[in-house]
Design a binder for this molecule. Structure first.
Ligand code: FCB
Length: 456
């Protein structure tokens, strides 16, 4: 690992340079963001999402903050696109907001929303940035949430309709596209642990959401394909489970964690089945005839995306009623989120995806990055820890590409400090510091290291 205070950490000799030089010339680099986290949903006729509702409830979101203003990307997107292009990135992974395009239940398409994404996508193209769009990064229209959200089969059908709208207006300008960001977060994190909107803690709701978000993915892929799109992917988040002790029982629970977090989504998308160990627990709560949807969920893809941040240490929990485990704190160095830094987990998942699930597909790391307790001092932010995090994860990717694992690109999370969900604006993931009062952007040292490495 490269230490945070390494003498290599100078923009003239970026710690990222040697990694980037080892990767194939065709390897693509980008940054990622999402609509609710940056746009500001009080602008441009955007409708309300279930995150607005969640943020109003007591003790759900830090300071009850929400995405009303975000980073005011709605007005400042040209500045933000310049930052991406000036750093030398070649792609921008962003998401479209469903409630911005369809703000009301039966109110039709919002022309300001269409115009905004026209400007944004054209702005990318004008700067030579490859648009990589995600259609759902968690901002479910409140009217769909009120009708059952991801527990309702209809939401998946509505998502297919929304996909059609996006394809008709923007499809030919979106070089890469994926329906859903991180279905584990949409389903398990939000319906079992209750950490994200809608904040439920119900096994029945969880089973339904874990199926209908997958169905939404599959239906959306089919709509994209019917429009002739040829770069359709998925974005799955992965977390590496390690057992807290050497017992057989903890090994079993760690495998179950892997099943819920990772295999449920990989197996359904790439093999058209759900893993037996997880299904044994969820079966009583699954929607009727769910099996019939599996071929839709496994509709062929053109690329596979992995979001990776950390690992989890798994310990038995006798009080946990359905799964019997809990995630405990490990002993590796941690980010400001308290997430352990474990780059080898990224290799594990990329290798597994290539060998077991998607042998013929290019793989993109669609998110990777860290929260840091950044301080703006005299107009500068020194986030050497973040640069080291990127370098250590890129080192894993270099070894994999040398082995022949087809990793084709990497997106840093995130361009900007932004609304970090339940943590509000308290946790900073950006390459660029945002003063949320003035909306002033200040590139951090990690931004300059990327810039130095990408512009040799
Ligand atoms: C991922 C999300 C992204 C951001 C990062 C830190 O799970 O996709 O929106 O919150 O975590």
């Amino acid at each position: 690992m490269i230490a945070d205070d390494s003498p290599m950490n100078s923009p003239m000799n970026s710690p990222l340079t040697s990694m980037i030089n080892k990767l194939p010339a065709s390897f693509s680099f980008g940054v990622a963001t999402s609509s609710y986290q940056i746009e500001g949903n009080s602008f441009g006729g955007c409708g309300r999402s279930h995150w607005d509702e969640f943020a109003r409830q007591p003790d759900k979101v830090f300071n009850n903050e929400d995405g009303a203003i975000g980073c005011d990307h709605y007005h400042l997107f040209e500045t933000d696109l310049d930052l991406i292009a000036d750093a030398g990135f070649d792609s921008y992974r962003f998401s479209l907001s469903w409630p911005r395009l369809l703000p009301e239940r039966a109110g039709g398409v919002n022309p300001e929303g269409i115009a905004f994404y026209d400007r944004l996508i054209d702005g990318m193209l004008a700067r030579g940035l490859t648009p990589n769009a995600t259609l759902y990064h968690w901002d479910l229209p409140l009217y769909h949430a009120a009708e059952g959200g991801w527990q309702a089969r209809d939401t998946a059908s509505y998502f297919a309709d929304y996909t059609d709208l996006v394809m008709r207006h923007f499809g030919d300008r979106l070089a890469m596209i994926a329906p859903v960001n991180e279905p584990w977060c949409v389903s398990f994190l939000s319906h079992y642990w209750g950490h994200h909107a809608p904040g439920l803690t119900s096994i029945s709701a969880t089973a339904k959401a874990m199926h209908f978000i997958q169905l939404a993915h599959g239906l959306s892929v089919q709509v994209m394909r019917s429009h002739g799109h040829k770069q359709i992917g998925c974005v799955l988040n992965k977390e590496f489970g390690v057992p807290a002790d050497n017992s057989d029982e903890t090994a079993r629970l760690t495998a179950l964690f892997d099943g819920i977090y990772n295999r449920w989504f990989e197996e359904s998308v790439f093999k058209g089945r759900y893993p037996d160990d997880v299904l044994a627990i969820l079966a009583p709560y699954m929607p009727e005839k769910f099996e019939l949807d599996l071929p839709i969920i496994a509709s062929p893809l053109d690329w596979a995306g992995v979001n990776y941040y950390t690992r989890s240490v798994i310990a038995p929990d006798k009080d946990e009623p359905h799964f019997g485990f809990k995630c405990i704190s490990g002993n590796l160095p941690k980010t400001d989120m308290g997430w352990e830094i474990a780059p080898e987990g990224l290799s594990y998942f990329l290798r597994r995806l290539a060998s077991r699930y998607a042998p013929d597909l290019p793989i993109y790391v669609t998110e990777n990055g860290m929260a840091n307790s950044d301080r703006l001092i005299n107009g500068r932010v020194d986030d050497a820890a973040r640069t080291a995090y990127f370098a250590n994860h890129l080192a894993e990717i270099c070894s994999l590409t040398a082995e022949g694992v087809p990793v084709a690109g990497y997106y840093a999370w995130s361009l900007l400090d932004n609304f970090e969900w339940a943590f509000g604006y308290d946790k900073r993931f950006g390459l660029v510091h945002v003063d949320f009062k003035s909306q002033k952007r200040t590139p951090k040292s990690s931004y300059y290291y990327w810039q130095a490495a990408l512009n040799p």
